[in-house]
Design a protein. Structure first.
Lengths: 351, 337, 307
């Protein structure tokens, strides 16, 4: 099984968008969980970049490793059993994985913030929402608790909740409003990066759109970079600049939103996009990808998608593909179909 | 908040009346005639009958019960058969001593139990956790009267560090403290073990909650996370449990007072049983039960203060909570744009 | 299982996993996983065996053994420390402590169990009625339970014995009555949680009578919390029985019973502390084992609660 990191992609991106600053750089990240059933290889050789002011969408099925990725950035993975095995996460040039506790705490909530998936359980039941927002403010700013509380009320206003409700407790709010409180907490210190882990998945469909557009507006206002984790391709198309598709703990495709949707290359991505019901065409059956994601404690040798792939060939079972660049664009896929050798062979065959 | 208090107190009163009636009923079932006991062996039927009318023992139960209740409200619990002393005075006189014992025991239990429970939960399955759980299991199974004996054998007879009985209120602070250590510890041991386990259990429930992740992602210190987020939430469940413990302590106090010759209410009760002094027995049981109910009431109030769901329910007395309508939500969101 | 194998041509192992196991077998499988639970079970069974064998010995020797070794007075051996002949030593009357502890198992253990069983029958019935019918019936029964619980448990038991007089029967009555509200509450909670489930509605809709509903549908599903609570209740009961005996309100001399043995030992702790060890250790071991068994049962009956 070959394991080489591919710096080609990053290089190409830098050349293409050198007016974009790279604010977060994840390199060759491996994160494992030691459980009684074996070692769960949650993230394997993940490399990503987040650019200033841009949104990166991370798409994947449940269990693909999205939340693990998000939590690794802030290092809030539960330490037994989770373990960051190797890799590097550079924030504005500083290595997060070797930061001291103090430095890490200065980072959290103030430089990098996170919005969690389930608003119903993400707020402390015994603290008022105002206090919970104020908490993140006075932790990072030298102001009195009273002033922090006032600022918290301003934040409530910004997310569309009446400031008088700052003294109310979480159980007095609906799901959508709770999520807005969480967004207020995340953006209270105008963080440089906002990690949103499926921020609307647990909400009613009608509220989803509202909350999502609010996130995007606030993000533009404060000029935050965002990592948006979701399984909803529609959301990605609407809000993201770049997309990374994650499967079984590996990035299998990466590119600009345009490239990915216009011309998906990896069979998995094709399957995902193909399974979106069309507004235009009538179909008899919904397209789906056969099979299940592999057991993360027993990842197959070679490409992890191989068992489910219609286009698989012999080498797929034994060789783990790198992320190969497509057409010199900001677009790469982890599939042997696009390896330089194969493209060479195809070209020669056509001659 | 006030309405909540009043409601709870009003609920407590009929229960207490019921308890007193229960005690009466229990005493009623006794095959022994108190008049006979009072007069001793040489009693003639006539003198017994006379005594019975004198004490109103021939009146129907409900009449006697009603009389007792009236007396209770005025603070009169009757007169002891044997010593002819005022029951209320004797009983109330002994109450502080028993309370001292119970409070001391509770202090042991909480001062050791709560931190130990928190530490065990935060270090789940590590050595400290396993050790404290084993100790908790052992302590829970130790009968208080045996533990007391063992401690006396070790600390009083063998090492001669602490006295083996009684409470020393005359010789100054240090002897006083020495005399309360063993009894309070013995009584507190079982509570200590239960509290450790309960605290650990509530903490564990809380530790894996999502809002702890939210808290950490804010960049606050681990200590802050433990105390402000985990502990505050664990306390809510824990309080009811702790309150129950105190009630059990009042019962266990009887045993400990017996072993350590502690001049408290429990001892009085047991002594008056052997001398068949009904008013004293009834008086002790009634007062102990009232204290028990009051403690439970206190726990309910504490609980209301700590649990936001109850707090908010009663804080907005009369005011109906307005739910934000969908239109308002939309309007607010538009204003963000 | 053989049928499965034949019809579907399965291997032995495959057939085994598909075979339905009864719930009891499942629970037993899960219980076996707990090492402390198994040790505790062994100890409890041992205690039961010891208690029963004392009856056997008595019958076989026509009480002779009992008379000569358990309640005799042999002042030559008074307060002797442990020796090869008398492994736990001798008490204040020269009797062999170990033998007295063994005979004491009868009273301390069985009386505790008896009291809880009575409490379960009375309290369980009240709780089931209360939980099932709800509304006024529930209010009334729960008020009564509140009143019973208004007096701390041991104090209630003491008061009952104080009134009725000291005897073994009154001891059992007293401990049983003080245990009733606890059993009632747990049963009520269990019944209430099952009562509102849909399969009860379904059964009712197909015409099941109340009695049938209670006995065939609801109670079998309430077993888990009730069993656990009862087991732990036995431990509490035994503690109460021994405590009352310790104060002198329970089993009287010369009967062998752990609590009264400790009470007698108390006067001699200055000279011979060893006589407290036998009975004390017996109480401790019994309560500990039953508690551990109860914990293991709780984990086995509802693995979702396992931490």
């Amino acid at each position: 099984m070959t394991h080489a990191s591919n710096d080609n992609t990053t290089l190409k991106i830098n050349i293409m968008n050198d007016h974009n600053q790279e604010i977060l750089k994840i390199k060759n990240l491996f994160v494992h969980y030691e459980t009684e059933y074996g070692t769960v290889e949650a993230l394997n050789d993940v490399s990503l970049s987040i650019f200033k002011g841009k949104t990166l969408g991370i798409v994947g099925e449940t269990g693909a490793g999205k939340t693990t990725l998000a939590k690794s950035i802030l290092r809030i993975i539960k330490s037994p059993p989770g373990r960051i095995v190797s890799g590097s996460i550079l924030f504005e040039g500083t290595e997060i994985l070797t930061m001291s506790d103090k430095e890490l705490r200065a980072l959290r909530g103030s430089q990098i913030s996170m919005i969690f998936q389930d608003p119903m359980t993400s707020l402390n039941p015994v603290m008022t929402v105002g206090d919970q927002i104020a908490e993140v403010i006075y932790t990072h700013e030298k102001i009195s608790k009273k002033d922090a509380f006032k600022k918290a009320l301003d934040m409530l206003n910004m997310v569309g909740i009446r400031p008088e409700r700052g003294k109310d407790y979480p159980h007095q709010f609906s799901g959508g409003m709770k999520q807005r409180v969480i967004i207020a907490i995340a953006l209270a210190n105008s963080s440089k990066i906002l990690i949103a882990d499926e921020p609307t998945s647990a909400l009613d469909v009608t509220i989803q759109a509202q909350v999502l557009s609010m996130i995007v507006d606030l993000k533009d206002k404060i000029k935050t970079s965002m990592i948006l984790i979701t399984h909803d391709l529609g959301v990605v198309a609407q809000t993201c600049d770049y997309v990374a598709i994650i499967y079984a703990g590996r990035i299998v495709e990466y590119g600009t939103v345009y490239n990915i949707f216009k011309d998906p290359k990896h069979p998995y991505t094709k399957g995902l996009i193909g399974s979106i019901p069309s507004l235009v065409y009538d179909v008899e059956r919904l397209q789906s990808i056969k099979g299940l994601m592999p057991d993360p404690t027993k990842l197959p040798k070679g490409c992890s998608f191989c068992p489910r792939c219609d286009m698989a060939f012999d080498e797929c079972q034994t060789i783990l593909p790198d992320l190969y660049n497509i057409d010199d664009e900001v677009h790469s896929a982890r599939c042997l179909l696009f390896s330089p050798e194969r493209i060479e062979n195809d070209r020669r065959r056509n001659e | 908040m006030f309405r909540y208090f009043v409601k709870r107190i009003l609920l407590m009163i009929p229960v207490l009346c019921g308890v007193i009636l229960l005690v009466f009923l229990i005493m009623e079932l006794s095959p022994v005639d108190p008049a006979e006991v009072m007069l001793g062996d040489g009693a003639t039927p006539e003198s017994i009958a006379k005594l019975r009318t004198e004490f109103g023992l021939d009146d129907p139960l409900l009449v006697r019960y009603g009389r007792y209740l009236l007396g209770l409200i005025q603070g009169d619990l009757g007169t002891s058969y044997k010593s002819k002393l005022n029951v209320a005075e004797e009983v109330i006189g002994r109450l502080p001593t028993t309370f001292l014992l119970a409070v001391g025991a509770m202090l042991w239990a909480m001062v050791i139990g709560i931190p130990l429970g928190i530490i065990s939960a935060r270090n789940q399955n590590k050595l400290i956790d396993n050790i404290s759980m084993v100790i908790a299991l052992i302590g829970n199974a130790m009968p208080a009267f045996w533990m007391g004996l063992l401690l006396v054998m070790l600390f009083s007879l063998n090492l001669r560090w602490l006295p083996s009985s009684g409470i020393n209120t005359t010789d100054g602070i240090v002897p006083f403290l020495k005399s309360i250590i063993l009894p309070t510890f013995t009584l507190g041991l079982v509570a200590m073990c239960s509290i450790t386990r309960a605290m650990r259990s509530s903490m564990l429930d809380v530790i894996n909650q999502d809002y702890i992740d939210t808290a950490r992602s804010k960049g606050i210190t681990e200590w802050w996370v433990t105390m402000r987020h985990m502990f505050k939430n664990a306390m809510v469940v824990f309080l009811t449990f702790a309150g129950l413990q105190f009630g059990r302590l009042l019962g266990g106090a009887v045993m400990v007072e017996f072993i350590f010759a502690w001049p408290g209410l429990g001892r009085l009760m047991v002594d008056s049983i052997s001398s068949r002094d009904i008013p004293l027995v009834v008086g002790s049981v009634v007062v102990l039960s009232i204290c028990f109910s009051l403690v439970n009431l206190l726990v309910d109030f504490l609980y209301a203060y700590v649990d936001p769901a109850i707090k908010t329910q009663y804080l907005s007395e009369g005011k109906r909570k307005r739910k934000i309508s969908n239109e308002e939500t939309q309007a607010n969101l538009l204003s963000v744009k | 299982m053989k049928k499965l194998r034949r019809i579907f041509s399965l291997s032995n192992d495959e057939a085994k996993t598909l075979t339905e196991r009864t719930i009891s077998q499942e629970v037993w499988q899960r219980y076996k996983k707990s090492r402390t639970g198994m040790v505790a079970l062994v100890i409890v069974l041992l205690l039961l065996f010891i208690a029963i064998s004392t009856y056997v010995v008595d019958i076989v020797t026509n009480n002779a053994f009992y008379d000569n070794n358990v309640i005799n007075i042999d002042l030559i051996n008074k307060l002797k420390p442990p020796s090869w002949q008398h492994i736990a030593g001798n008490d204040e009357y020269g009797r062999d402590i170990l033998l007295r502890v063994i005979w004491g198992t009868r009273l301390s253990l069985f009386l505790g169990v008896l009291a809880v069983v009575i409490a379960l029958i009375i309290g369980g019935t009240l709780g089931a009625i209360s939980g099932f019918y709800g509304k006024q019936v529930d209010s009334v029964i729960m008020r009564l339970m509140d009143i019973l619980m208004g007096v701390p448990t041991i104090i209630l038991a003491i008061a009952i014995v104080a009134s009725l007089g000291v005897s073994i029967m009154n001891l059992v009555i007293a401990v049983a009555v003080s245990a009733v509200p606890g059993q009632a509450r747990v049963m009520r909670a269990a019944v209430m949680s099952i009562r509102d489930k849909e399969f009860i509605e379904a059964a009712r809709a197909s015409g099941a009578s109340d009695l049938r509903l209670i006995f065939k549908y609801i109670l079998p599903n309430c077993l888990s919390p009730v069993i656990v609570n009862t087991t732990l209740g036995v431990a509490a009961s035994i503690l109460n029985v021994t405590s009352l005996s310790f104060i002198g309100l329970g089993v009287q001399a010369p009967n062998a019973e752990w609590g009264s043995m400790l009470s007698a030992a108390r006067s001699y702790i200055r000279v011979s502390g060893h006589i407290t060890l036998g009975p004390g250790l017996a109480i401790f071991l019994t309560i500990m084992s039953i508690n551990l068994m109860g914990d293991a049962l709780r984990d086995a009956l509802d693995p979702r609660l396992k931490r």
